[in-house]
Design a protein around this ligand. Structure first.
Ligand SMILES: [Zn+2]
Length: 127
């Protein structure tokens, strides 16, 4: 079976591949937004060049968004805020309905949190 390398869930249907930092990870649909999607499908039928061009524009846009959103030391800041709130990783993960492994990776700055996840964290921690 194929597992998502971010959340560990079984991937049903086609796996997606995203680049997060320097590593390429196989992820489920839900986790694809944590990184930049790379096209692994070798069965692309028509106009591969046109696709590549459209995609690279999209990637540039995504990179730009990431640069704007990500705070310096976001992992450390998150950890401090969580500890100040007296929450364990598992408890915070539970409150925001995400896996503890995801939270751990965010705190280790292995993963850049999505806007959605960041919003949920900030709501719980009153940031
Ligand atoms: Zn996943």
């Amino acid at each position: 079976m194929t597992e998502c390398e971010v959340c560990g869930a079984e991937i049903k249907g086609a796996a997606q591949y995203v680049v997060i930092g320097d590593s390429k990870l196989r992820v489920c649909k839900a986790c694809a937004h944590y990184g930049t999607v790379v096209v692994e499908n070798k069965n692309v039928r028509a106009g591969p060049m046109a696709h590549a061009k459209a995609n690279s524009r999209l990637y540039e846009q995504m990179d730009h968004d990431l640069e704007v959103e990500v705070e310096e030391d976001y992992g450390r800041k998150l950890k401090e805020a969580r500890e100040k709130a007296g929450l364990k990783q598992a408890e915070l993960a539970n409150r925001i309905n995400e896996k503890q492994s995801l939270l751990r990776k965010i705190e280790n700055e292995e993963i850049v949190p999505s806007d959605d996840v960041m919003r949920k964290i900030k709501r719980v921690l009153n940031l």
